[in-house]
Design a protein around this ligand. Structure first.
Ligand code: ARG
Length: 268
């Protein structure tokens, strides 16, 4: 009799233990995925990837009045989302806050004509480069011949978007820091250039082409004077997501899709 009770008790305890383990693994183990693979699992579960971009930079990224995002970076981001099998959800984030948005997870990835720099790779992980862009000067047509390279900027008032590699360049050449005017975005810099409040703008070449497109009074002055590569940035230590992003970039490079996207937006 007592033997039976003991056997029964052991049986019940083992069944309860087994059930407990199953419950535990369902609720806890799943929430703590293998280190480094977290974010991609989260994205897949959510069914959507949140993409941060400062959509004030045609033809790389823009936003129309209906709230639609468009541009070269937007097309690339859509390819990444589709390879991941999820929806692309774009979030417009001002440039000054874009890196923090990636760091604190407000965006799963940021794509925004971001130059890969050593400083930035200290706090964020970057994809393979997908575009080679250098900077140029945009000036008013009446400064033609006077400003034709960064060295000519010395005594002139220059406009740049705050926190960009263009700001770094502007500070290198300015005779006096007060000559460097920083703006939240390039639309504001362009307004000031057209009003004559500044003499020139430093900006990435593709965006310079976008800026002068409908402006008869503006021109690109001189040659591209830096070499910079754009990359997509994500939080550090997310190898799963990073390799997936790189897979798409490599696929687009191999099958010519990247060139098609470039030609479509830059008309080369
Ligand atoms: N390539 C420059 C940088 O990384 C400027 C990028 C600005 N991008 C934008 N979407 N406003 O600093």
């Amino acid at each position: 009799m007592t033997k039976r009770i003991i056997v029964l008790t052991i049986l019940i305890i083992s069944i309860l233990g087994g059930l407990g383990f199953i419950l535990y693994s369902q609720f806890f183990l799943e929430k703590a995925p293998a280190p480094g693979l977290g974010r991609i699992d989260e994205i897949k579960k959510r069914g959507e990837i949140i993409i941060g971009t400062d959509a004030t930079y045609p033809p790389m990224e823009s936003l129309d009045e209906q709230g639609n995002f468009f541009g070269m970076d937007i097309d690339i981001a859509r390819e990444i989302a589709s390879d991941l099998g999820v929806k692309a959800k774009f979030k417009n984030i001002i440039w000054e806050e874009i890196f923090d948005a990636a760091k604190n997870g407000e965006a799963d990835m940021i794509i925004s004509a971001i130059t890969i720099t050593r400083e930035r790779t200290e706090t964020l992980a970057f994809s393979d480069p997908y575009f080679n862009a250098g900077q140029v000067i945009v000036g008013a047509i009446d400064k033609q011949g006077i400003i034709s390279g960064p060295k000519d900027l010395k005594e002139y008032r220059v406009g740049v978007q705050v926190g960009t590699t263009s700001e770094v360049e502007a500070r290198k050449y300015a005779a006096n820091p007060s000559l460097v005017n920083t703006y939240e975005n390039y639309d504001l810099a362009k307004e000031d250039l057209l009003k004559g409040k500044i003499d020139a703008i430093i900006i990435d070449y593709p965006a310079a082409v976008g800026m002068i497109a409908k402006e008869e009074r503006l021109q690109i002055a001189g040659e591209i004077f830096t070499q910079e590569f754009y990359g997509i940035a994500i939080q550090k230590d997310q190898p799963g997501l990073l390799s997936q992003i790189n897979k798409t970039i490599r696929r687009l490079k191999q099958e010519g899709g990247l060139r098609r996207i470039e030609e479509g937006w830059l008309g080369q």
